[in-house]
Write a protein that binds this ligand. Structure first.
Ligand code: HSE
Length: 411
């Protein structure tokens, strides 16, 4: 029998407890042995839970107790979660966590402790909610040299962008909806500013390339400067705006970024709406593979956590080594060629057009019909080097009221 203790009975932890309690027979059949919800640690009281008798407020009764085999950490954050996970591993317990902040920042150290103790540390739920992606990268694609990981990795921002485009809903109203549905982080700035997606791309790139990415070297922009009007220009152009997280590995090193991008409506990532996430992985043998599913929410995330628990019960062995890549350096931000989309909040006329075209020769001007757009227009630049275009857009914005530039990608 495998005895499971959960730390944190919030959105994800309660979802995990629910599966362990209500689907015990299914899990037993799939694991080949009983998987018991032995204890749940939370400082709050949950008298109505069917497993109310299993609660404790003492984390040591989960992390250090001899009657727990697998610790499931769903607290989030780094302070207490780090201490509890470390204590659990040092006490010889397997650990499953959905905590991306913990894994992105301390994963290497914690994996070292797990290896030393001969136990497993699994974190499938830390990226992409219910989508199986870390295990497929580490196992099913292991015959490949993986060179690129890109995707939509934050459900909250994807939900907001979709609601702004499809429902004409304001940014604030869409964020509130996402919070009510349990998608957003406790402090939603981690979602909005792109930090959550950055943590996830770091975790995925580590799995894919073998290189621990440093947060500080990942150029990160959020969706906080985007407007409903940007979504409507995108629609006019046959495109969708997505918060795109990307990482690539070259023989010289790695680079990664998180930033809003306008993708053609025909691209598979453009069709990923609402809370759904998708991850594109490129390997030298398999070419492109895409993983798609619900990226947040109690039940999908708990599904991924329970998958890790079952995996440990069935085969509590450590995984093979990561790809060679630990010494790869971080390269400067993307130096690729692309176009930018920029919204200008000033009526179109000979003078404004001349200023735009002087800064961006060959730019294509875009005007949406209707009174609401009478006092503004937008443009798509000619192809240029990313950093040069971004700094030209910044200079233009000092002169003309412009919106945040959005990368206009073909991928
Ligand atoms: N806040 C996260 C998101 C939760 O919206 O994707 C899942 O990691």
């Amino acid at each position: 029998m495998a005895r499971v203790g959960i730390i944190g009975h919030g959105v994800v932890g309660s979802g995990v407890a629910d599966i362990l309690w209500n689907s015990a027979e299914v899990l037993e059949r799939r694991a080949g042995e009983k998987v018991e919800l032995r204890r749940v640690c939370d400082l709050r009281d949950f008298p109505a839970a069917p497993y109310a008798a299993r609660f404790t407020k003492d984390a040591a009764l989960v992390c250090e107790a001899p009657d727990i085999d697998i610790v499931v950490e769903c607290m989030g954050g780094k302070g207490a979660a780090y201490r509890f996970v470390k204590a659990a591993l040092e006490n010889g317990k397997h650990v499953v966590t959905s905590n991306k902040e913990l894994i992105a920042d301390c994963g290497t150290e914690l994996e070292g402790i797990a290896a030393q103790k001969g136990v497993c540390l699994r974190y499938e739920a830390s990226c992409g909610g219910g989508i199986p992606v870390i295990k497929p990268i580490e196992e099913d694609l292991a015959a490949n040299r993986l060179t690129r990981v890109a995707g939509i990795l934050n459900g909250t921002t994807n939900y907001i962008l979709t609601r702004m485009r499809e429902g004409g809903v304001s940014f604030d109203a869409a964020l509130k909806e996402a919070q009510q549905k349990g998608y957003a982080e406790a402090d939603p700035s981690a979602d909005i500013l792109g930090w959550d997606a950055r943590r996830k791309i770091c975790i995925l790139a580590h799995a894919a390339f073998g290189t621990p990415l440093s947060d500080a070297a990942v150029r990160t922009e959020g969706i906080d400067r985007l407007t409903r009007e940007d979504m409507l220009y995108a629609r006019e152009l046959g495109r969708s705006v997505k918060l795109l997280a990307e990482a690539e590995r070259t023989p010289q090193g790695w680079r990664a970024s998180v930033a809003p991008a306008m993708l053609p409506d025909t691209h598979p990532l453009a069709c990923v709406s609402d809370v759904f996430n998708a991850v594109l992985v490129h390997g030298d043998k398999v070419d492109d593979v895409m993983f798609y599913g619900r990226g947040a929410g109690a039940s999908p995330t708990a599904s991924a956590v329970c998958g890790d628990v079952l995996d440990i019960v069935r085969c509590p062995k450590k995984r093979g080594a990561r790809p060679e890549g630990a010494d790869l350096p971080a390269l400067p931000s993307f130096t690729r060629e692309l176009r930018l989309f920029v919204r200008v909040r000033r009526a179109r006329g000979a003078e404004t057009e001349a200023r735009v075209l002087a800064a961006f020769p060959g730019a294509r001007l875009v005007q949406i019909e209707g009174e609401a757009f009478a006092d503004e227009f937008a443009f798509v630049t000619a192809l240029g080097q990313e950093d040069a275009l971004l700094s030209a857009a910044e200079s233009l914005a000092a002169d003309l009221p412009c919106g945040a530039p959005i990368r206009y990608l073909t991928l």
